[in-house]
Design a protein around this ligand. Sequence first.
Ligand code: ADP
Ligand code: MG
Length: 457
Amino acid sequence: LWGEACATLETSVGPNNFNHWIKPLRLTGLESGIAHFVSPTRFISDWVNRHFAKDIIGVLSRPGQPVERLRFDVVPQAAPGRARSAASGSAASVRPVASAAAPATTRALRADLGAPLDPRYTFGNFVVGKPNELAHAAARRVAEGGPVGFNPLFLYGGVGLGKTHLMHAIAHDYQMRHPAAQVLYLSAEQFMYRFVQALRESTIMDFKGMFRNVNMLMVDDVQFIAGKDSTQEEFFHTFNALVDQGKQIVISADRAPAEIKGLEERIKSRLSCGLIVDLHPTTYELRLGILQSKTEGFRAQQPDLQIGTGVLEFLAHRITTNVRVLEGALQRLFAHASLLRREITLEVAQECLADILRTNDRKISIDDIQRKVAEHYNIRLADMVGPKRARNIARPRQIAMYLSKQLTSRSLPEIGRRFGGRDHTTIMHGIRKIEELLSEDKAIAEDVAMLKRLLEA
Ligand code: ADP
Ligand code: MG
């Protein structure tokens, strides 16, 4: 049955997909509308479930005996490269699950221990720029799985800067290179949940065994276990056991280990043994790169998509905090464009995204800007709004005006009011002056870029 099905599937999904994803599977049973498979890795079964479930269900269904769902047990192969030949997938290869090496409880546990990986989070989809190049390079290195790695790799950074994306990319890439390896990705919250569940169900030995048997363990958002004592304790032991066996660990958090309050010192120091890299807040260039790459992806599906000039630049400029928000904005624009069959002009974008643009603005206030700029140039905050005209005061004030226009949605008269009741033409003059200087004076350009980064962080 599976042998015939395979021949059909090979034509319908193409030989590459077939060899990579479907050939490693073994059909182990077919009952009550559920087809049971054994897959060598969770990655493969997740992928098949997402991409080829319909095809498989189609070829396995018989009149009056529809197949509704696929179920996978993950059983690693004894040796890498021993993928079963699909051509020999006659009745003989349809073996009962019980003959597989691991005991049934262990297999079931492993199959639902980790979290599924998002197939869109790959290295190929990750746009590299200054703020993330180090994290990206370290992630690549770890994914290669060679001897010159870092253990653990600790990635940290603010929300939406790509930590989870990089972790999934490592898992995909590593799994591709080492198909027989067990890669386990989960959030610290899931780790705790599984741990507590194992305690409650007295399966703690299985739990420990499962975790200690993986080749790569990835725990996302580890700050979550801070203050949770028994979970920390278990995490610590798991961590040590794996590192001692030379297994790779990848951890992410929203801040550096030393800064996680409520995390035991010994864990902090363990976490700091490998490489710690941070993802910096995005720059304008990186945001624009991400937007361009997502737009290309979208255009591949929707070739008649029309985006006016300056729209992506506008978004990169105005939505600065979180890549997820940036993506959301772009998706909304695309939906808008394809539903209304309209070009996305700057005006359309402004109107369609008004709410997002507004929330994003709330992040930076004119007060923040004045304070940061005064601090940077070592002048008094009062001078920002005061009357002094000396260059060493007036120039920083103009920079603050310029940044207020760039980083907030305040109008010129509003900005004028906040700068000691100056007229809007004075503000405009100040902004023009800085715009001129940005192309002429490298030191000022650098100062402005740095202040912007600080304010947007
Ligand atoms: P974090 O885990 O740091 O909060 P995520 O990895 O979930 O952030 O990223 C949020 C969203 O932004 C995801 O959809 C991710 O694909 C996207 N993203 C973040 N950084 C990049 C990047 N450099 N290139 C492409 N997409 C990115
Ligand atoms: Mg995340």
